[in-house]
Design a protein around this ligand. Sequence first.
Ligand code: PGA
Length: 240
Amino acid sequence: MLIAGNWKMYKGPAETREFCALLRARLDGFEGADVIVCPPFVSLHDALGILAVTEIGVFAQNSHWAKEGPYTGEVSPRMLKEMGVGGTVVAHSERRQLFGESDESAALRIEGSLDAGLHVIACVGETQGEREAGETEMVIRRQVEAIKTVVENDNLERLAIAYEPVWAIGTGHTATPDQAEQAHELIKRLLDVPVLYGGSVKPENAAELLSQPNVDGALVGGASLEVESFAAICEASVRS
Ligand code: PGA
């Protein structure tokens, strides 16, 4: 079981230090799930400093594909690796919808990150319109097939996929456990890696979602910004 907190563009270095110190104390002795936080780039250093003595991992929210180069505003996977970051989220739907991320650029980022030795949480998921048009399966297949083109046997163990239906992100509308299970089952048939569910995961719905046979963890946005709700989701994952 893997519980990852995607902070999005929240928490600068000072807030990160405060949060991580509280989380470290709150989850002291916690076992049963791998826990990861994904702060913004500028806060990674502070998160790593405080969490280094714990089992809690620190991932970035994005990474470029090249080792280095003339890419103003980007951060390379090799730089992340050098600073001690364990992995990165790639192709979050907000990147796809707001920043022009395509299946092709997502595949490049995944490849570059895996090559640099990072773990990757690669995001897939359909929009509301695609679900209503009956295209959910087609969209998931297309997104996962693009990921498959860059995955090899020797880096497969560092890849997880997050199924995040776009209509469930930050909306309070969670996929039903059945909807999540169906999508996860499809993804695992296409690529046999751990599949996390994301989209309005909260302490109240985590146990039921995480108890589905093909749900291997959660990528949590809003509810990962408070120590207590994030810790409660981590604990719910053990009971499910
Ligand atoms: P949410 O976000 O939990 O706030 O819906 C999930 C995500 O975007 O990863």
